[in-house]
Design a protein around this ligand. Structure first.
Ligand code: SAM
Length: 315
């Protein structure tokens, strides 16, 4: 890509686009001009949503939420704001996910801090929260609320959101990555969620917490097929942690099958497991589900079979 130390991305984009910004070295004078030039710059570097990303990055540089930016589009910009926007645009043009550049991503209306230690939370994962809330709403729990475990917590988006959304819940979150847990813990504290964090492999850390101690186990496990690495978007492949993307043993179905077969040891009678699936995963794993339990699959907004639900037998 262009050497960022020699070019003002916004000005260069402006001169090519002929957007009225003046000569190539003219400085954008307003947030509106910054966004327009930033959009052109990102477009030239092949960013797929250049307008949205330019708005997010300019808003971030100006210390504003994106919607507030639209109220300040025509006020003058300071030199330090231009410099800050330029630095963010250059990082994005180099392929870094916009959430890592701004350091934040919204999940279920909560703002999570994110960086290269964790997967960027995805909107489809919110379906697990919707389903968990629906499941919990008419139930009575002896301990006042559901006891919840999140396996592979990453940023903590599921564990923290469930702790905040499910009244009286008691939530623990597991990850193999100590780095991810550090960030998840920060998110929990910042968002005021009471979550316990355990470092370890899959369901193993739950073994020390007593048999069948959970009413709900959730997981968005790694499920990308290593064979598909080349077709992954570069911003995912080159920036997000591979521990979060790829399951063990070259088997993208490992976690969904393992959790479905093993979670019963940790679930209370009638308790539920919710696992996110890849968009084409369900037909491959259907025959590998355990016998004698109720299994359902919930579709996401795009119609993909996205969340596997396995209910442990009632007592
Ligand atoms: C797809 S990410 C999901 C992160 C977060 N729950 C979300 O939905 O955005 C999977 C997470 O599982 C963790 N992980 C990978 N292998 C694991 C293992 N063997 N035991 C526990 N966690 C693991 C990764 O570190 C990563 O944080």
């Amino acid at each position: 890509m262009t050497d960022p130390s020699r070019t003002d991305p916004a000005a260069a984009a402006s001169s090519r686009a002929g957007d009225g910004g003046g000569a190539a070295d003219a400085q954008p004078r307003t947030p509106r001009e910054l966004v327009a030039r930033g959009r052109q710059f990102l477009e030239r570097h092949g960013v797929t949503e250049p307008r949205l990303d330019a708005e997010l990055l300019v808003a971030h540089a100006l210390g504003l939420e994106r919607l507030k930016l639209f109220l300040e589009l025509d006020r003058p910009v300071e030199a330090h704001e231009r410099d800050a926007a330029r630095a963010l645009l250059v990082r994005r043009a180099k392929g870094e996910p916009v959430a890592y550049v701004t350091g934040t991503r919204e999940f279920y209306r909560y703002a999570f801090n994110v960086d290269a230690r964790v997967l960027v939370p995805r909107p489809e994962t919110e379906l697990i929260v919707d389903r968990a809330r629906e499941w919990a709403k008419d139930r009575l729990f002896p301990s006042g609320g559901p006891r919840v475990a999140d396996i592979g917590t990453g940023s903590g988006c599921l564990a923290v959101t469930l702790a905040l959304e499910l009244d009286g819940s008691n939530v623990v979150a597991v990850d193999l990555s100590a780095d991810a847990l550090e960030l998840a813990r920060e998110n929990a504290v910042r968002l005021g969620a009471d979550v316990g964090f355990l470092e370890g492999d899959g369901l193993e850390p739950l073994a020390g917490l007593g048999g069948r101690a959970f009413d709900l186990i959730v997981s968005n496990p790694p499920y990308v097929d290593r064979k598909d690495t080349a077709s992954l978007a570069a911003e995912v492949r080159d920036h997000e942690p591979h521990l979060a993307l790829f399951g063990p043993d070259e088997d993208p179905d490992h976690w969904a099958v393992h959790l479905a077969n093993e979670a019963g040891r940790f679930l209370s009678p009638g308790g539920v497991l919710l696992v996110e699936l890849g968009y084409d995963q369900w037909p491959r794993i259907e025959a590998r589900m355990p016998a004698g339990v109720e299994v359902r699959v919930h579709k996401d907004l795009a119609g993909h079979q996205r969340v596997l639900e396995v209910q442990a037998p009632e007592a």
